[in-house]
Design a protein around this ligand. Structure first.
Ligand SMILES: *Cc1c(COP(=O)(O)O)cnc(C)c1O
Length: 362
């Protein structure tokens, strides 16, 4: 008999790795397959960032700076916040886990929209807390239903804006109303992993919502717009330094590597290049969205670097159909498929797959 695992963990499904582009290409006998499944940016890191990583490679016999002092200072300057209001983590997923460990435990409830970021339910279970999922309405957060789901047991509320995987974003008024409906003793986490791709001026910046609301914090990441998904670094911004302090207490020591710290620092000084890349992604997002609408498969308006096809029961079939044509998308069984915006020719391959899918169905 195996050693008993904590029941909350035993119930979790074991991690199943997604299809790799290399494996699929080999199977199909293609020179390469296209991976549009993980919301990565389709451009390699900037030369200045690669140079910083290469230089830092020479000192990896040393432990990283456990407090990410230089990176924290640079973020403080960039966002005009005291360093005490900032926490750096091994990806913003890690910061989600730290927030949950610092603020919730057995008997506590955590509210989030559903469907939303896949990591939330997992991390809530790991913290031993209880997830309270609130169904999306028309593919977007339902602020009234979320407010109504909050009880005396609610310790944390996640708001993913724009939402992964639907790409939809709440506007300023809806967001303010939701925040006003949440008691000040409940932590609100606004997950803005895709903030740099937002173009709708009505979608509020979490940093502004945080002002005057000491129970609100914002998560951002270097994984998406900055193109450092493979290095693992994200950050938390809070109005009340107590949140950043609590999060630093559940940090796994040294988990943000030296390479991640220097790459993030170098990326912050290449802001202009990052903006240009985001603009290119946004223009492709608009092109892909228009093509999907033309094909009769309209996606909800996306403010992120991906689009969502609400295909319901066809989601898995659609994903296999795309895979057979060398395009890997991310299906959620019974719900829909999320497709990352890639380089123009990759997006063309995806659009052709949708056209063929529509044709195959008459
Ligand atoms: C991709 C993503 C993150 C970022 O994860 P990292 O750990 O920083 O790579 C966080 N939240 C959401 C909603 C995401 O989609």
């Amino acid at each position: 008999m195996s050693v008993p695992v904590r029941p909350a963990i035993a119930e979790l499904a074991a991690y199943k790795p997604g299809r790799s582009a290399a494996d699929l290409a080999r199977e199909l006998g293609l020179p390469e397959a296209i991976k549009l499944a993980s919301n990565e940016i389709a451009y390699p890191p900037l030369p200045s960032v690669v140079a910083a990583i290469a230089e830092a490679a020479c000192v990896v016999n040393r432990y990283p700076d456990n407090a990410s002092v230089a990176l924290t200072a640079a973020l403080a300057e960039r966002f005009e916040l005291p360093v005490e209001s900032i926490a750096v983590g091994c990806g913003s997923v890690s910061l989600c886990q730290q927030l949950l460990q610092s603020y919730s435990g057995p008997g506590d409830e955590v509210v989030c929209a559903w469907r939303s970021f896949e990591a939330y339910p997992l991390l809530v279970a790991v913290a031993g807390a209880t997830l309270v999922p609130v169904p999306l309405r028309e593919q977007t957060h339902d602020p009234e239903a979320m407010a109504a789901a909050i009880t005396d047991a609610t310790r944390v509320v996640f708001i993913c804006n724009p939402n992964n995987p639907t790409g939809t974003a709440l506007g300023t008024v809806a967001m303010q109303r939701l925040l006003d409906a949440i008691g000040t003793d409940t932590l609100v986490v606004i997950d803005e992993a895709y903030r740099e791709f937002v173009t709708d001026p009505d979608v509020p910046d979490g940093r502004e919502l945080m002002r005057g609301r000491p129970n609100v914090c914002v998560l951002r990441t270097f994984s998406k717009a900055y193109g450092l998904a493979g290095l693992r670094v994200g950050y938390l911004l809070s109005q009340d330094p107590a949140i950043a302090t609590a999060v630093r207490k559940t940090y796994v020591p040294f988990s943000v590597s030296t390479l991640a710290q220097v790459a993030a620092l170098a990326s912050l000084s290449a802001e202009q290049e990052m903006r240009e890349r985001c603009a290119a992604v946004v223009s492709e997002r608009e092109r892909v969205s228009a093509a999907l609408a033309d094909l009769g498969d309209p996606a909800p308006v996306s403010q992120a670097n991906f689009v969502w096809l609400p295909l319901g029961e066809d989601a898995l079939g659609f994903a296999s159909f795309c895979e057979a044509r060398g395009v890997i998308v991310r299906p959620f069984a019974g719900d829909g498929a999320r497709v990352t915006i890639g380089q123009p020719q990759e997006n063309d391959a995806f659009i052709s797959a949708v056209a063929a899918w529509e044709a195959s169905r008459g």
